[in-house]
Design a protein around this ligand. Structure first.
Ligand code: F6P
Length: 338
């Protein structure tokens, strides 16, 4: 093996740069050249890359985002896309590819590896919803920002005797909402895995406000309040959930039903930026190094899953089987603190 490539696809998140750092360091130590593919699968289609060396990665461990750039490009939704990716392997003499991504990027990786391309996946997503792995990097950093936001909103809610509603990201699963609600001891937390019960929510808000003259509600963007009214979809067919404004709509309903003064805040992409937490740095680093080692050893079609704090091999095909959602035991934990 002489040349390997690495790409980052889908939504960015803290931890990607530590993964690039680890993978590149390991390859260089083993005498292998590393190409950094620009903006995910788009770079594989357009043959856009840089050469990664000690200089280009020297200071990236503590940086958020990804130095390679990313996109939500799907080669399978473009005419001849998969064949172009295959050609890029040959043209650039790539002997193996590392793909850091969520279900979309890894889903594409699974299909391409079934077609014979040597690929090892690195799971990442702030949503923390990938099957086969206990945690993905990006999640700890995002949830830490979300808890900080809850505490800031609590200060202003207290001062104005208001109800504050915080909307956080989470496309299919409510992990960020759950951890923000638990860690920030919200009065009510609404996530996709919890049945929508307005009576229960209003009661929790009214009782908290009666006791402490303020209340905090956390809402995950993935919650369905009514039929989707989204208008924007990406190449993987995903709706732009931010446009549904669930936080504002929950705040409006609370104000209408309780007469309390209510405000909402949407955290959005603020959760995805900023430096990786210690947990995400170490997980990113371990994942990058392990993925590169496996690729050099000739492994393909697998991803670096984390189970019980070990990095283990899981088939890439697992991501096509669905999402890892919040279990009812977690919802019961929420009920204890509300
Ligand atoms: O990467 C997952 C995610 O952060 C979701 O939680 C969110 O719905 C989506 O990305 C937002 O995507 P974009 O950055 O394309 O607006």
């Amino acid at each position: 093996m002489k040349t390997v490539a690495i790409l980052t696809g889908g939504g960015d998140c803290p931890g990607l740069n530590p993964a690039i750092y680890g993978a590149t360091k390991y390859a260089i130590k083993n005498g292998i050249k590393v190409l950094g593919i620009i903006e995910g699968w788009k770079g594989m289609l357009e043959r856009d890359f840089i050469v990664l060396n000690e200089d280009s990665i020297s200071d990236i461990m503590g940086q958020g985002g990804t130095i390679l750039g990313t996109s939500r490009t799907n080669p399978f939704s473009r005419e001849g896309g998969a064949a172009t990716v295959k050609d890029t392997f040959e043209t650039l003499s790539i002997n193996g590819l590392l793909t850091a991504g969520g279900d979309d990027t890894l889903g594409v990786s699974a299909k391409l590896s079934e077609m014979g391309l040597p690929i090892v996946g690195i799971p990442k997503t702030m949503d923390n919803d990938l099957l086969g792995t206990d945690f993905t990097f990006g999640f700890d950093s995002a949830a830490t920002v979300a808890i900080d936001a809850v505490m800031r909103l609590r200060d202003t809610a207290k001062s104005h005797r208001r109800v504050m509603v915080l909307e956080v990201m989470g496309r299919h699963a409510g992990w960020v909402g759950l951890y923000a609600g638990l860690g920030g001891y919200a009065d009510y937390t609404l996530i996709p895995e919890r049945d929508l019960n307005w009576g229960e929510l209003i009661e929790a808000v009214e009782s908290a406000h009666k006791k402490r003259k303020h209340a905090i509600v956390v809402v995950s963007e993935g919650v369905k309040l009514s039929e989707s009214n989204g208008t924007e979809f990406d190449e993987f067919g995903h709706e732009n959930l931010a446009k549904r404004d669930v936080g504002q709509r929950v705040a409006d309903t609370i104000a209408k039903k309780t007469g309390l003064v209510t405000r909402s805040a949407k955290l959005g992409h603020i959760e995805r930026g900023g430096p990786p937490t210690l947990f995400d740095r170490i997980l990113g680093l371990r994942s990058g190094v392990t993925a590169m080692r496996w690729l050099i050893e000739g492994k393909t079609g697998v991803m670096t899953a984390m189970q019980r704090n070990e990095i283990i091999e899981v088939p890439l095909s697992i991501v096509a089987q669905g999402n890892r959602n919040v279990g009812q035991d977690w919802v019961e934990l929420l009920e204890v603190i509300e």
